[in-house]
Design a protein around this ligand. Sequence first.
Ligand code: 13P
Ligand code: SF4
Length: 345
Amino acid sequence: MGTATLYEELKRKLADVVPDFELRLKAELAEEILRLKEERNAVILGHNYMEPALFHSVPDFTGDSLGLCRRAAETDKERIVFCGVRFMAETAKIINPHKTVLLPAAEAGCSLAASITAEDVRALKARHPGVPVVTYINTYADVKAESDYCCTSGNAAKVVEATGSDVVIFLPDEYLARNVARETGRRIVVPGPSGEDELVIDGSTKGMIGWPGRCEVHEKFTVEDVDNARKQFPDVLILAHPECSPEVVEAADFSGSTTAMIAEVHSSSASRYLLLTECSMGDNIVAENPDKEMLRMCSVRCPHMNNITLEDTLAALKYDRYEIEVPEPLRTQAARSIDRMLSIG
Ligand code: 13P
Ligand code: SF4
């Protein structure tokens, strides 16, 4: 696709959210990226939170963590450029040890991944011997290496049930854990200042042991926000990511992974929508569905996802940066939990 066609395509989708001079610049950058992508035999994976011009131009595949993990597992390209955050690119490297995996911005982290260490997991396992550990994909390789199963927001409840165990350690997102506990009818304890300490299972109940990690974006939404939005817009359909608190999820109309939220908006005929998640996703949906009325809460942004730009993506392809490395045998140990998740389906 030439620059003129790319520009027209971006204009068709984004004229309402991106000024024209910016669209021209982005189309030029995108064209150069697409040219280099072919030359370097690369695949570009783009998370649903990428900014609209990037999301709608260069990725071969867009999606949530689970969808992109599957795409990474399937690719036959030499290079994977991951337009997302570090734990996502690292996961792609763990399952593709012989490919070059690039993260366009070295500093794109995640508050959940930063909330727990491998030592924390070892201490929990020592305290609860034999209890399977289910770990959210939003973690680094050393934590995955200590875990039995990996999971994402798209399959967390299914993975917990697939362990076949009455008690499961679920790390590190406290809110996701509490939402999964409710969905699977389990009692939950979360160690730490705000949580109870011991899980008492009486034989008729199943349980989960959590960890006090939080997403710095989703923890900001409150039930008051939901109530206020409903007062102001009684016809609004509210969708919450499961990293929001259980109270917010309960007050919303729908909860699911970013891809599940997008699918719900596509299939619903509500007159307007409020997404309790990173704000770029609303722009990305509206670009493809101009008839959908989306309420914006753009003060709530993920500073990590926002690090990834078209300029950085171009530099990643040009200079092979920033290359993700996961040393052996850590990689092999971490891969077990991801392979188990992928085989659960
Ligand atoms: P999804 O897997 O639902 O896309 O979530 C990833 C994430 O980091 C949400 O904050
Ligand atoms: Fe991590 Fe939250 Fe950003 Fe997702 S939105 S990458 S969970 S900090």
